[in-house]
Each structure stands twice: as structure tokens, then as C-alpha cells.
Design a protein around this ligand. Structure first.
Ligand SMILES: Cc1cc2nc3c(=O)[nH]c(=O)nc-3n(C[C@H](O)[C@H](O)[C@H](O)COP(=O)(O)OP(=O)(O)OC[C@H]3O[C@@H](n4cnc5c(N)ncnc54)[C@H](O)[C@@H]3O)c2cc1C
Length: 457
């Protein structure tokens, strides 16, 4: 006899979605979060989401529409600004519409959704230790503020604790799940939210992304207005040995660069954060155990957005776990379909964008300025790449002549190489194994592609 069908650790967007999906299907679910109930949802974030994610989730698990009071401003598109600030690319269209939102209210809405569907929510409760019975996950030791440690058992434990992957890291060495995410696959970030009473954003419906490889290698600075007099501004970058910390870059670069930063600012929030920016964890399941959201590295490696994909992961995990519970078999084999389902819907693209991330890291400011100025890259190209994981630009004689000679290895040559590598990794992911037995052999095909991508300089 177990205490719950499923214990979900972490009531963020991923954890709440999986709890909602399972509770709606009639399973007993405990959703715990270390935060106090009224603080769930506070998180360092850019507070922006594409509406296509919600449409997809509505079709998959029937989540209701986001209430209007969560939305700060409707987003029509995104401007990408070159390092020299002289050129910008405006991305518009159905996949760039969305909204900037109130992160705290959104988190509260999600956890209420799970509770409304029947999940038991315990806030101020930390998952401390993964429990095992004969080497298989059997539950979690939890600590609720003001009480003593309690051991709770479940048929499935889901780690949705975010970027720390608190429970994932406690799996035994023999687990096929990678326990550690490499530093080079983590993005570090700093961001503030302000009211700007003396500064008016003229086009708050356009989010701005500033590219500058010297300041934010492998990342960017964002200026996301949340209305005419409110803004979320921050920066994220890859962790590189010897590079400055995000808060230092924020102080020296962001504070001195933007006009609105020199006006009267009412600070609403100021904090740092981390996110995994790699391909998904190679298997998101083990016996009686699943990963959802950041703990499973379900994040877009290029822009670091992970709310939509954590919800998608939560939905697929919930559907698969429900099927496994109904068959009374929660072994790794029975939970395995979650892997191909996630890979098919997002992981293939994610892996391909992870390859692209390594290419982008080694592109110089000079090359980006040149590509923007000469129209080598168009807004549609960038949008297309970020949505599909495909590179379709960089072909044609005119381009070849234009690009020849720039960079150590001409830019065009590298674009062509990365496009092939991205196709290569997608092919590998399309053949994701249909059982755990094929995982080890499948993994061997991944590394050479990433090694080649890292060498594209
Ligand atoms: C600076 C920054 C900006 C970002 N901007 C955007 C953006 O604009 N748009 C976007 O889509 N994505 C953005 N992301 C990514 C996005 O925030 C995450 O991918 C997404 O929130 C992941 O959801 P999650 O449920 O996996 O984790 P989280 O939302 O982090 O939730 C994890 C939950 O687990 C709880 N928890 C942690 N440890 C324990 C424990 N031991 N026991 C119990 N509970 C625990 C936490 O309190 C938290 O509530 C950004 C990330 C960063 C760092």
C-alpha cells in the first residue's frame, strides 16, 4: 500500500501541469513545493510566453485559457538588435505573438489549476531525499516547515524541482538518467523588473533582444516592456571560464546602455537565476521515476524559454504516467513512451538548437553586424530556425561572394556545416530508441555531432 499514486516535487509550471493532468484522470497526486503557498510562482524570469504553447496544451490536456488579469501586455513580435545597434530584425507572425505576464500570478494560477483538478497541494514542504526499495524509487522524505521529516511513498515520483534537479541528482550511479548537467550547458542570468514613471515605452508590444558576444557570450540582453511604463530587463549568458558574472555585466553594461535605465526607476524585483540550455536529459524516466521541466532540461537552448516546454513535458509525462498506472506497471519500460513523445513534440528541435547554440557561441560581433547589415540573415530566417531547428539561410552565389573572407573559417562555410550537423542530430533523434535497451547505443551517435559543433570556429 502506498500513500499516493504520484508525488510531484516542485509546483512550478512543469510540476503543476503534470499534477493537473494526472489528477484530472483520477489519480491520487501529492504536489509539494518548498515555497510558502502564497509565494509559489515567484521566479527570476523574462515573463514572456508565446501563445502557441497554450494552444498546444489546450489540445493535449485541455488546460483552460489564461485569465486576462495575469497578462501584463500582448506581444506582437520580437526585435533582434545587432551588436553595433545600427540594424535590427523584426520577427512577427503567428509564432511570435504572445504576452508578457505577471510571473507570480501565473504560478498561482497553475498551482490552483492542479488543486482544482484534485491534486493535494502541500506548500512549505521540501523534498529532501529520494527513497528506494530494492534499488527502485519508492517515495520521498519531505520536511514541512515547523514539522519533522516524513517519509511518503508513491508508485511514481516526479522531479519537477527546476534547474537544480534536486531528486535527479540523488539517483544511483547505475541509473540510465544523467544526474549532472555540465556547467557549459547552463545559462546564468540576472534580471530586474521596474516601473518607469518618467519613461514611456513607445512600442511595448515588441520585445527587444540585444545581441553582443563580448558582453553576453552565447546569450543576450533582453528588454521586455510590460506596458508603457513597466519593463523586465535582464541578461543571460553561457557559463564560460573567466567571464564576468551576470550581475557585474548588468551593472557595467545594462545600467549604462539604455536610456530608460537613466530615468527614475521603481524596482519591483531584482534577482539572478539559472537554466539548463542543452538537449533534453537523454532519458526522462527510470523505474518509478520521471523528470519534468528544467530538471529534465526541457528548455529552448537558444533563447532559454522553458515555460511552454515544461508544460509540454508535464502533459506528456502525465498522460504516460496515467497509462502506466492503469496497467499497474510503473517500470522504466512502461514509462518509456514519455521519452519518444517528448522528443517528437519538442526534443528533436531542442537537440538541433543545442547544436546551433555552439555555432552561435563562436560567431563574432563583427560577423553578426556584417550579416545584419548585408541582409544575409533575415528576420524570417531566424524565426524559422528557432521554431523548426532548421537552418535554411546561407545558400546562393551572391551570398557566397559576400561572405567569403570573413571570420577564421568563412562564415558561410560554418553556416553550411552547422546546418548539416543540425540535420544529423535530428536524424539521430528521429530514431530515438523505443525501449531502454537501445539507449546506450543510441547515445554513442550524439557525442561526435556535438564535438564537431563545438569545433566550428
Ligand atoms: C532569468 C531567466 C529568465 C527566463 N525567462 C523566461 C521567459 O521569459 N519565458 C519562458 O518561457 N521561460 C523563461 N525562463 C525559463 C523558465 O522560467 C523555466 O524553464 C520554467 O519556469 C521551468 O519550469 P519548472 O516547473 O521546470 O521549474 P520552476 O518554475 O523553477 O519550478 C520549480 C519549483 O520547484 C520548487 N522546488 C525546488 N526545489 C524543491 C524541493 N527540494 N522540494 C520542493 N519543491 C522544490 C521551487 O520552489 C519551484 O516552485 C527563464 C529562466 C531564467 C533563469
Amino acid at each position: 500500500m502506498v500513500d499516493y499514486d504520484v508525488i510531484v516535487a516542485g509546483a512550478g509550471t512543469g510540476g503543476s501541469t503534470v499534477a493537473y493532468t494526472l489528477a484530472k484522470r483520477g489519480h491520487s497526486v501529492l504536489l509539494i513545493d518548498s515555497k510558502e503557498r502564497e509565494k509559489i510562482g515567484y521566479k527570476t524570469c523574462g515573463d514572456a510566453l508565446g501563445s502557441h504553447h497554450l494552444k498546444e496544451l489546450k489540445n493535449l490536456i485541455g488546460i483552460p485559457d489564461l485569465p486576462r488579469d495575469i497578462i501584463e501586455y500582448d506581444v506582437a513580435g520580437i526585435d533582434i538588435i545587432a551588436p553595433d545597434r545600427e540594424n535590427r530584425l523584426r520577427m512577427t507572425g503567428p509564432t511570435t505573438t504572445g504576452f508578457s505576464f505577471n510571473r507570480h500570478k501565473m504560478g498561482q494560477w497553475f498551482v490552483n489549476l492542479a488543486e482544482g483538478a484534485g491534486a493535494e497541494v502541500r506548500a512549505s514542504t521540501r523534498a529532501k531525499k529520494l527513497l528506494f526499495d530494492q534499488d527502485r524509487v519508492s517515495g520521498v522524505r519531505v520536511l514541512t516547515t515547523g514539522e519533522s521529516d516524513t517519509d511518503l511513498t508513491a508508485r511514481i515520483v516526479i522531479d519537477a524541482t527546476g534547474a537544480t534537479g534536486m531528486l535527479r541528482r540523488q539517483l544511483p550511479e547505475s541509473s540510465p538518467v544523467e544526474r549532472v548537467v555540465a556547467k557549459e550547458d547552463m545559462m546564468v542570468a540576472w534580471r530586474d523588473v521596474y516601473e518607469t514613471p518618467d519613461y514611456t515605452f513607445d512600442t511595448p508590444e515588441f520585445l527587444e533582444i540585444y545581441w553582443d558576444q563580448d558582453q553576453t557570450p552565447g546569450g543576450y540582453t533582453w528588454v521586455f516592456p510590460q506596458g508603457k511604463n513597466r519593463v523586465n530587463v535582464g541578461l543571460g549568458l553561457m557559463i564560460l571560464p573567466g567571464h564576468r558574472k551576470p550581475q557585474e555585466i548588468y551593472d557595467s553594461f545594462v545600467r549604462t546602455t539604455f536610456d530608460f535605465m537613466k530615468t527614475n526607476l521603481v524596482e519591483l524585483d531584482s534577482s539572478g537565476g539559472i537554466a539548463p540550455v542543452r538537449r533534453p536529459i537523454d532519458t526522462l524516466v527510470d523505474d518509478n521515476f520521471m523528470l519534468v521541466g528544467d530538471s529534465g532540461a526541457q528548455v529552448n537552448p537558444i533563447h532559454g524559454g522553458g515555460i511552454g516546454s515544461s508544460m509540454l513535458g508535464g502533459a506528456h509525462a502525465g498522460i504516460t504516467a496515467s497509462e502506466a498506472l492503469e496497467c499497474n506497471d510503473t517500470s522504466i519500460e512502461s514509462l518509456w513512451p514519455y521519452n519518444p513523445r517528448y522528443m517528437e513534440s519538442y526534443g528533436i528541435k531542442q537537440a538541433s538548437l543545442d547544436v546551433f547554440r555552439w555555432f552561435l557561441l563562436n560567431v563574432t560581433n563583427e560577423e553578426i553586424d556584417f550579416a545584419f547589415k548585408k541582409g544575409i540573415v533575415k528576420a524570417d530566417d531566424l524565426l524559422d530556425t528557432s521554431m523548426t531547428g532548421k537552418v535554411r539561410f546561407g545558400t546562393g552565389e551572391k551570398l557566397k561572394r559576400l561572405v567569403a573572407g570573413i571570420g577564421k573559417v568563412p562564415l558561410l562555410m560554418r553556416v553550411n556545416k552547422v546546418a548539416k550537423l543540425m540535420e544529423g542530430i535530428k536524424e539521430v533523434y528521429r530514431k530515438y530508441p523505443n525501449s531502454p535497451a537501445g539507449l546506450a547505443d543510441w547515445k554513442k551517435q550524439i557525442e561526435p555531432i556535438y564535438t564537431a559543433a563545438k569545433g566550428l570556429k
